[in-house]
Write a protein that binds this ligand. Structure first.
Ligand code: TRP
Length: 331
């Protein structure tokens, strides 16, 4: 039987946090064994907000290196840069004539970003979900693992697939979102009721995958905790519960075990243990990432073979789309 097709992508903007690692990267790695996976670095999405060109280029490579360091295997999945496969922009254009302005202007992320970047509400920002639909539909993906904040975008991709299929005949697989929980939601170390975000203005709120050992330990030491002294994962203690979740996610243990382990011990000791655990887990990934970054030939080869594989799949779908909509493709 054919393997199920999985599609996901990540933007090369901002540094990845341990929330991204636990929620997205680890799942991408897990799924590559079972499914046919296409994973993109979404640089075309990234330019919908202002980017420094040199930074964007550097981050694209770093992200690829990081994913490989975390265990993505270029033999098993297609890891590639979105702009290396021209069909994304081409299918996006076709889907633009199927998508309605009204539905795009109602998207939550578009409204949020328009508010945040009021000086730069560009067409790309509004078209973002259509490009994302093109990403997914090009590969006939059945399943799209994403964080909860991207669920609405996958639903639009579904709507567009269904609308297109109804209008022109069966063309696209209709994708399903797979909402990644990553064990538990990882929250900000400074405001533990808020999700940990790579774009948080307070650098102490997030642990980045590139943070060195001292930084990791210092940030955990400064993490906001709750009143009282008991180390338990209750709703009244979002700070402690978050630290416990992080600890368990990296240790691979159950909450109850961690609560038991730290019974009767103070917050200071507990925070240090969490910091050390996370720093220990990140160290080998960081070393491997640096090694890959210093081997550009290898990195470029991986991205090239990923793009070749993606290109072949994407070309097949786009050619079908062009036929269905009546684009003359020669005889
Ligand atoms: N919008 C996604 C994010 O910000 C990234 C992305 C782009 C994506 N294209 C995609 C995710 C296709 C899943 C499928 O996280």
């Amino acid at each position: 039987m054919d393997k199920k097709i999985i599609y996901s992508a990540v933007q090369p903007s901002g540094n990845l946090t341990i929330g991204n690692y636990l929620g997205a990267i680890r799942n991408w790695v897990r799924m590559q064994d079972e499914y046919e996976c296409f994973y993109a670095i979404a640089n075309m999405h990234a330019i919908t907000v202002k980017q420094d060109p040199a930074e964007l280029r550097r981050r694209t490579l770093e992200l690829a290196a990081l994913y490989l360091a975390c265990g993505l295997d270029a033999e098993k999945c297609a890891l590639y840069v979105q702009s290396h496969v021209p069909q994304h922009a081409e299918l996006c254009w076709v889907l633009n004539s199927v998508a309605y302005v009204g539905e795009m202007s109602r998207m939550t992320q578009f409204k949020d970003k328009s508010q945040k970047h009021a000086e730069n509400i560009n067409m790309g920002l509004m078209d973002y979900p259509v490009l994302m639909a093109a990403d997914i539909l090009l590969y006939q993906a059945q399943c799209v693992p994403v964080g909860a904040d991207q669920k609405q975008h996958v639903e639009i991709a579904r709507d567009l697939a269904i609308r297109f299929n109804n209008r022109y005949g069966e063309t696209f697989a209709v994708p399903e979102p797979l909402i990644l929980k990553g064990g538990a939601k990882i929250c900000s170390l400074q405001e533990p009721t808020k999700k940990m975000s790579k774009s948080d203005e307070n650098p102490n709120a997030s642990i980045f995958l590139t943070d060195d050992r001292d930084t990791v330990i210092r940030k955990f030491k400064r993490a906001v905790t709750d009143s009282g002294s008991e180390i338990s994962a209750s709703d009244e203690k979002p700070g402690i519960a978050n630290l416990l979740n992080i600890y368990c996610a990296f240790k691979g243990c159950a909450l109850a075990d961690a609560e038991h382990e730290f019974e009767g011990r103070g917050y200071g000791e507990f925070k240090l243990a969490v910091g050390e655990t996370v720093a220990d887990a990140l160290a080998p990934v960081q070393r491997e990432k640096e090694r890959i970054m210093s081997d550009k030939t290898y990195l470029n080869d991986v991205l090239k073979s990923g793009a070749d594989r993606a290109f072949r799949a994407a070309r097949r779908t786009l050619s079908k789309v062009y036929r269905k909509i009546g684009f003359y493709q020669g005889e």
